[in-house]
Ligand binder design. Structure first.
Ligand code: AHR
Length: 495
């Protein structure tokens, strides 16, 4: 049994945990958008709301989904928004391309449908623009079509297509991974291209928040350096982080278990480093540029043709993978880091929302189930919009990778304190003493765990891994004791 003492610090709040840190990502890739979200208005026997699967929408509403990025990913740099507006029967059938897949893309899920989905989910839309095969004018037109309040031809066209009210989309990505699939730019060339796009986009909608494409440290520094006199043209710098070192999706070893959790843990450092570079370049300027981790999650070797351990990848690649409890723990570890960096991290989008990669929701024909990661995210709901508080690890055991075996994140909202604990240990339970300031009553406590860290849900066993109530014992004033099984996540709420 691991003995741990944790202490929530209320006198040094970190910042607000923006709902944008709980964003999601829907790409036209594999069965994410088509099939997973969109089944169409006319041809489907699956119950739907305006073409979107009712079971999936209902599950996502409960998650919740405060922000949704669309339509890619690599798909974005091939996407021409005009293909996806107007009467369904007149929409172009295009070659749908992302990550090496080529499909018939009928464009039935376009801008209006996506905005409708966001409205159903209560999600803020985040549109990724096409730099790779598009033009400045094309992206300017999309912004005008979506947001203009002036009765231009494009705004009238939007009204004729059913939306007299502007969509008021604030977040616009200027390309995606333009160092790779989005055009194989070098940092300096993209930086100059970005400058041109951003200048023109700001003329169309001065209130648009623009997201520039970043990569690893070297690219980010060069990009910022090239645009050092124009930093006011960007609001967020996008970085992506996929965890790929953890071995097989299900049959992983103890070492691989810890490797994945450690990769997830290290995401925070990447965010912090990127924020530091931004800070160094901004100097004393008042303008703020946030870090946008607009794709994150685990990418197992079975679902990719590149990277380590992929000899046994599925053929063809569908970008679908099993989502175990280990993946849920990795997500929770990343969220801990997001909370600690919430003063510099301005958005984060789990990749992807349904069926593809680190998906919280899976479908198979008429069946729908949620993964352990769905439950892990839901356990974090009380933190959304709350003030993040530091948690001191007074005493705990250390794991391979030198992280504490038990860690926690805490936040305060109105008169409520929420603490999410993670026991990262592969097979040891933990006894946790938790001290909480200004707390009087325990409200509830929920635990997510399973016999094995490689446990999954499936269409046959949709509730195999699901949350359950757990006991918390008072242990003196503002002091509590909790027993955590190995590989477990728990959220405790106090009033
Ligand atoms: O999420 C899958 C792909 O991963 C995206 O299309 C791309 O942005 C990233 O490389």
């Amino acid at each position: 049994m691991i003995e741990t003492t944790l202490s929530v610090q209320s006198d040094s709040p970190i910042g607000t945990i923006s709902p944008r840190l709980y964003g999601h990502f829907a790409e036209h890739l594999g069965r994410c958008c088509y099939d997973g979200l969109w089944v169409g208005k006319s041809n489907s026997e699956i119950p739907h709301y305006d073409g979107f699967r009712a079971d999936v929408v209902d599950a996502l509403k409960k998650l919740p989904v405060p922000m949704l990025r669309w339509p890619g990913g690599c798909y974005a740099d091939h996407y021409h928004w005009r293909d996806g507006i107007g009467p369904q029967e007149k929409r172009s059938i295009r070659l749908g391309m992302s990550c090496g897949l080529q499909v018939e893309d009928e464009n039935s899920l376009g801008t209006h449908e996506f905005i409708n989905l966001c409205q159903m989910l209560g999600a803020e839309p985040y549109l990724a623009g096409n730099v790779g095969s598009g033009s400045v004018q094309e992206l300017c037109d999309w912004v005008e079509y979506c947001n203009s309040t002036v009765q231009t031809t494009l705004a009238r066209e939007r009204a004729a297509n059913g939306s007299p009210q502007p969509f008021s989309v604030r977040l616009w990505g200027v390309g995606n991974e333009n160092w790779g699939c989005g055009g194989n730019y070098d940092a300096e060339t993209y930086a100059k291209e970005y400058r041109r796009y951003a200048t023109m986009l700001r003329h169309v909608d001065p209130s648009a928040e623009l997201v520039a494409c970043g990569q690893e440290d070297e690219w980010n520094i060069q990009f910022l350096e090239t645009n050092r006199r124009h930093l006011d043209l960007m609001d967020h710098l996008s970085i992506h982080r996929y965890w790929i070192q953890g071995g097989p999706e299900i049959e992983f070893s103890e070492t691989q278990y810890y490797t994945l959790l450690h990769e997830a843990h290290a995401t925070e450092d990447f965010v912090r480093r990127t924020a530091d570079f931004i800070h160094q370049h901004l100097g004393s300027q008042r303008h703020r540029i946030g870090v946008a981790l607009d794709e994150w999650g685990v990418w197992h070797p079975e679902a990719r043709t590149w990277g380590p351990d992929n000899e046994n990848h599925r053929t063809p690649i569908t970008y679908e993978q099993a989502g175990t409890l280990r993946d849920a723990l990795a997500a929770a570890i990343a969220l801990e880091g997001f909370h600690r960096q919430c003063h510099v991290l301005t958005m984060a989008n789990l990749a992807q929302i349904v069926n593809v990669l680190h998906a919280p929701v899976m479908t198979d024909g008429a069946a729908m189930w949620v993964t352990p990661t769905y439950h892990a995210l839901q356990l974090h709901t009380p933190h959304i919009g709350a003030t993040a508080l530091p948690v001191e690890i007074v005493h705990s055991a250390t794991l391979p990778g030198q992280t504490s075996a038990v860690t926690a994140t805490a936040s305060m909202q109105a008169d409520k304190l929420a603490v999410t604990l993670i026991n990262r240990h592969f097979d040891q339970p933990a006894s946790v003493q938790l001290t909480t300031p200004t707390v009087t009553d325990l409200e509830n406590a929920v635990l997510l765990t399973a016999e094995q860290s490689n446990a999954v849900n499936s269409s046959n066993h949709p509730n195999h891994v699901s949350p359950a109530k757990m006991a918390v014992h008072a242990d003196g004033t503002g002091c509590w004791r909790v027993e955590l099984p190995p590989h477990a996540i728990a959220t405790i709420q106090f009033r």
